[in-house]
Design a protein around this ligand. Sequence first.
Ligand code: GLN
Length: 481
Amino acid sequence: MIDLSIKKTQIALRDKKFTCTELTQSYLDRIKQTDETLNAFITVTEEVALRQAKKIDEAGDFSSPLSGIPMNLKDVICTDGIKTTAASKMLENFTPPYNAHLYDRLLDGGAILLGKTNTDEFTMGSSCENSYFGSSRNPWNTDYVPGGSSGGPAVSVAADQSVFSIGTDTGGSIRQPASFCSVVGLKPTYGRVPRHGCIPYASSFDTSGPMTKTVEDAALVLQVIAGQSMKDATTVDTPVPDYSEFLKEDLTGMTLGLPKEYFGEGVEKEVSDAVMEAVDVMKKLGATIVEVSLPLTKYAIPTYYILAKSEASTNLSRYDGIKYGHATDQAKELEEIYMKSRSEGFGDEVKRAIMLGTYALSAGYYDAFYLKAAKVRALMKQEFEEVFQKCDALIAPVSPILPFKIGEKSNDPMAMYMVDVLSTPINLAGICGLSVPAGLSASGLPIGMQIVSNQFEEGKLFQVGHAFEKATEWHLKKPQL
Ligand code: GLN
């Protein structure tokens, strides 16, 4: 019962194949059996989950879109009365007094919370190794990273510890771990899902979205969490379409663009070969394939990291040892409290963000770094606009490289940043992207394909992803634990 999609779980619940309490207990058992090795969860909310399940069983009503579906949230999504740590010593004991708006929407939809999952500290990283609680492990080979920052969410879905999870994506953090663990991950358009109650990294980039076992499940979850929120002024009133209408099995009439820069230097051959094989499948499904060019791709990493770290440096100033989180007991003066609390509470990558961002924003450097990067960002956005005149969606790898070993890049921040070269442009442009399983390497490690479309065109992502999924079996492959 624990390897089913949302759709199949709901049918089984409705047909009374098992109760919601039995289902929830099975997931809790699975977490107990596997999480010592995988370390996907920071907090398991057993009591909450069983209470929510009991309520669903007593009501016997499975009409809500996610009724009785056990899931988890990345541990930067606030949950009233439940610890939310951002995988940081700074928030190790922080319990929010309110729910993120998207969690309220999931609860209204009938979902069950199994726990809070692991991430790089404040979501800064691409491997999950920057967690104060230790890295999660890739279920396909536990010597390897699961990707990041949403490593815990990806692992939990790949290893059948949850039906789905909600991750966050500021510069690839949903799509890249989805690709490394062979699950589906959606980064929605900026403003499609409320950020209210999601602990910020870089506010003009941050998005939250589903990580699931199938594309259809991603569409189901987005349907529940999408839409304007009065609690987040950056959400928009663009209507939320009925995403189920896009789940066709045919791509006739669709034009898919292959951005040549996404298959060039630095992309491992096994990765680009797998994506090109997927392109052949989509051609057979009726899609027209065209080559396109996004020449500014080469500036994505410096542009993204200057802007994201600048925003991070201001967002993180709220952690001062007074209002929130860790407070030093080694200081007497106010300034000393700030400095020591921050020095003790933050890990290396977060400190690097504060230093880089503060530098890029400081008088004398602002024009040369922050402003320049903001201008490049505007040009990149324009470049995508032009490309979407010629095609409905883009096809590319998610990560230029296969999952790497734990420890392999942890002392080389630049090498770690380069992993995001094909995912950050989508965040810079504020558009949407979907990662779907598209292959396994000779060494048995997952390869993901990225489908990208314009603002509020998530439906097109689902159409392409679903048709591909129906024609292939990559999404059915499971790691042997
Ligand atoms: N690796 C990127 C960073 O550290 C992206 C992280 C994310 O999307 N949250 O900024």
